[in-house]
Design a protein around this ligand. Structure first.
Ligand SMILES: Cc1cc2nc3c(=O)[nH]c(=O)nc-3n(C[C@H](O)[C@H](O)[C@H](O)COP(=O)(O)O)c2cc1C
Length: 467
């Protein structure tokens, strides 16, 4: 039974700070800085004004390259997650703060301390999107230049998360007595003791941060593979997905929810929150027209060639973006042109992709740019505020999603029209809160509080906690 059985199915809304991808139309006169603190503050406070569940930050650990050049938007779009979220904790009161943090290149001890600290600073609003990316190119930035083969990434992620949970649970929450009369600070010696030994981590000690308001951050997952979905079903509280349409969303939603029972979990313990874009107009026709303009701004002629080169894996700069697709086939094998891009890996069979794209371009009479607009510039919600509210409500009703993580194409003010014009309609319909009912992100998401680890289970070796 749904946790909202007495009222209409609630729509969860969140906001993704944009920047690094060509969804962002930085050339628009309304666009502002992607690094200025005021941009983050404006965006976060707008999301909070709309009573959103949380703000979301993606992460990239190496500036991507294309044909030997740094990809421009990365330069301003990848500041440090924890620093930004900590600053935003100070200028918001209820908004959840979700950071994407990698389990391949980090260490659980550091990450657990950082999230526990953020959860304290924000009084229970922290969330961690556990990502498993990526490759040797990114690994060059890190200690020992390390990276993991694809098949080992989720193995390490599982171990990473298990270890982090042990660290979070190494404090029960009542260890600090601070009795000024007797001078006794700790109730018992040795709080926060942990010990973890496996193929990936061989660590022991005491966690430095006492138990945080939520016990641990809310856990997100954003991988799409079989392993990624299984990882989410076992461990995550929410999934950030790519499947924001009715056709793609419903099977994905059914698939991941069906995996939960195996882990003794209920359907409402894992929320499915696809990324979504939106274009609003006074009328549907006006929005459609604006959406066409936005798509063309997102995929300029030069951007279209870059997209094509990601699949073709060869220099196509001599091709006219307003002309037909190349006759030559993609180069299969090592990535020669694009480095560090997730989208390159999405096209696992470049020859088949090239064939399908040529066929489509020929059948529909599309130029390179027109085809790339069709293939890449996906717009989830387009219409008047009422139409967009209808679309959102319908997708949630139809179990294609539990809500959406909105990515505006203008930074930082692109979220304002949604909050000003769509949110009131959803509120009026009783599917989105008019005010926060709780204070923690778990509460906003409708997740049950975590059990506090019992005395017995936190006892570790001689340093274990005792009453
Ligand atoms: C919607 C979505 C957003 C993602 N965002 C990020 C990101 O910001 N940073 C990152 O390093 N990886 C990101 N990823 C990558 C995944 O977390 C994961 O590491 C990668 O997709 C490989 O896992 P898979 O094989 O299960 O898909 C994202 C994936 C998806 C589906």
């Amino acid at each position: 039974m749904s946790r909202h059985s007495t009222r209409k199915r609630q729509v969860h809304l969140a906001a993704h700070f944009p920047g690094v991808n060509n969804t962002t139309v930085w050339s628009d006169p309304a666009s502002g800085s992607h690094i200025d603190p005021d941009s983050f503050v404006h965006f976060a406070q707008t999301a909070e004004r709309g009573k959103f569940d949380f703000l979301f930050l993606a992460e990239g650990l190496r500036l991507r390259e294309h044909a030997g050049r740094i990809y421009d938007l990365d330069v301003v779009g990848r500041p440090d997650t924890f620093t930004i979220l900590a600053a935003l904790a100070g200028v918001t009161t209820h908004l959840g703060l979700t950071g994407t943090i990698n389990s391949t290149f980090n260490e659980p001890y550091e990450v657990a301390r950082q999230f526990a600290t953020l959860d304290h600073l924000s009084e229970g609003r922290a969330a961690w999107n556990v990502v498993t990316s990526w490759d040797a190119f990114t690994g060059e930035n890190f200690r020992r230049g390390g990276f993991l083969a694809a098949e080992q990434r989720y193995e390490r992620a599982r171990s990473f998360l298990d270890t982090a949970f042990e660290l979070f649970d190494s404090w029960r929450g009542d260890e600090v007595l601070a009795d000024q009369a007797t001078g006794q600070f700790l109730r018992a010696p040795g709080p926060g003791a942990f010990e973890h030994h496996d193929a990936h981590f061989d660590i022991a000690g005491h966690t430095t941060v006492p138990r945080s308001p939520q016990g641990r951050p809310v856990i997100f997952q954003a991988g799409d593979s079989e392993e990624g979905r299984e990882f989410a079903a076992q461990h995550a509280d929410a999934i950030f997905s790519r499947h924001g349409t009715l056709e793609e969303g419903r099977p994905f939603y059914a698939d991941v929810k069906a995996r939960l029972a195996k882990y003794g979990r209920e359907r409402d313990e894992l929320l499915v929150l696809p990324a979504a874009t939106f274009v609003l107009g006074d009328t549907d026709a006006e929005a459609e027209e604006l959406a066409r303009e936005v798509r063309r701004a997102q995929v300029s002629g030069a951007t279209a060639i870059v997209f094509l080169e990601q699949v073709w894996n060869r220099d196509l700069s001599a091709y006219d973006p307003d002309g037909p697709l190349p006759d030559v086939d993609p180069v299969v094998g090592e990535e020669l042109i694009s480095k560090g891009r997730a989208s390159v890996r999405m096209y696992r069979d470049p020859l088949a992709t090239a064939k399908a794209w040529r066929e489509r371009a020929q059948a529909e009479g599309l130029s390179i740019r027109e085809l790339m607009i069709e293939q890449t510039a996906r717009q989830t919600f387009v219409g008047s505020p009422t139409t967009v509210a209808d679309q959102i409500e319908h997708l949630v009703e139809a179990e294609a999603a539990d809500g959406f993580i909105l990515v505006p194409h203008i930074t930082p003010a692109g979220l304002d029209p949604f909050v000003d014009r769509v949110v009131p309609i959803l509120q009026e319909r009783g599917v989105h809160r008019t005010d926060y009912e709780g204070t923690t992100l778990r509460e906003h998401l409708g997740l049950r509080p975590l059990p506090v680890p019992s005395l017995l289970t936190t006892t570790v070796g001689a340093a274990g906690v005792s009453a």
